[in-house]
Design a protein around this ligand. Sequence first.
Ligand SMILES: Cc1cc2nc3c(=O)[nH]c(=O)nc-3n(C[C@H](O)[C@H](O)[C@H](O)COP(=O)(O)OP(=O)(O)OC[C@H]3O[C@@H](n4cnc5c(N)ncnc54)[C@H](O)[C@@H]3O)c2cc1C
Length: 388
Amino acid sequence: MRRFQIAIVGGGPAGSSTALHLVRACGVDPQSVVVLDKQRHPRDKPCGGAVSTWGLEALAKIGLRDASRSRPMLGLSLVEGRERGTTRGSLGVIVRRDEFDAALLEASRRDGVEVRDGEGLVSLTSEPNGWTLGTTRETISAKIVCACDGAGSTVRKLLGLHEPARKGHLYVTDTPPMNADGPVLSGLCEFDFTPVAERVDGYYWDFPTPSPMGGDETWVNRGIYHANLSEARGRAVKASLARSLSARGLSIDDVTLRPFSTRPLVPDSVFMHRGVMLVGEAAGIDRSTGEGIAQAILYGEIAARHAARADVSGYDREVRASRVVRHLRQSAWLARHVYAPHGRAFRKLLLRSEHARDAGIRWYCGDALGGRAKVTLLGRLVFEAIRA
Ligand SMILES: Cc1cc2nc3c(=O)[nH]c(=O)nc-3n(C[C@H](O)[C@H](O)[C@H](O)COP(=O)(O)OP(=O)(O)OC[C@H]3O[C@@H](n4cnc5c(N)ncnc54)[C@H](O)[C@@H]3O)c2cc1C
């Protein structure tokens, strides 16, 4: 049986980030690390592909500049009904997930990590000195296991962990640009809150994306995110998406739709169980946006530090106190307010105030908002609440 020091289950952004931080930032012998992924990369991954500068900077610190095709996110356009508020600013990039994830995994492989894609985890047994992992090909052992296996995490299931009561729901598609897509093609990312009035807890989006057919053309990645905060609303999601597409000149019957779920960070999210670290979406991602790529990269940075010490007992405490998990908690709080029936003032604030959108962009990119910025936002929120 092959023995490794560290087994990383899942080769998405969380798994690759953990492996790359282990080798490049913590000086761990790459040959002591194995990454298992049940799919062979490049693998298909339904996604909007938005990666904030927060995640890109974490990768740049370990010498990784994204080598896959991308489009810059050059601003934010927020919409609700006829109202629109636009702010320019750099938010990050939009990538094609198959290319982005494969490039990160290939970097781990080039660094000397044993990357086994096309080999899934099927069993996990606790031993006195670590874990025995049964894969679809053989049995291996490792002292430390990192669960980086995403929304449907097999490790969580094998550990007997419960799923959150409410996962987020998304539908996504890519289309060639339509006549009205000029602002999106210029780099603006559009978030449309109109579906909130149709009982969806979320937004419809249009992002510029490299064409899924390859080449230099820019397409539009579109979809709907439903944070699924209350039972009654879920059924309306697809109908609302149909209306949003129709407003852009597209028929829902003419596009290939991909339904998917996300695991949000919730108050009782678990970050470690029986000595196994949960990393990225296996732990929980952003509830207000449904996003998790940058967050997975940031979780990976923390998990690598603990795995490298061969002592993971401090992971739970550090990750809970980390900026990324505090950010995810703030996002969960925002989701409950922005998408709620009483959330009109929050949405109007974002639509009408340049200052609020600017703060939103900085927050999205990982900046902690100072006390003065928070007081200004609160004042404007109260003003919008009175107006509403
Ligand atoms: C429609 C949609 C749109 C999205 N849009 C965005 C967006 O624009 N921006 C953003 O930041 N986030 C977005 N997200 C969320 C984002 O895709 C995830 O949060 C992110 O991929 C999490 O990274 P991860 O590495 O934790 O998990 P994943 O990327 O899911 O990687 C997990 C890996 O584990 C592997 N795996 C699973 N089971 C096993 C097993 N048994 N053995 C071995 N390997 C296994 C899988 O094959 C997979 O490669 C979107 C999600 C959806 C569904």
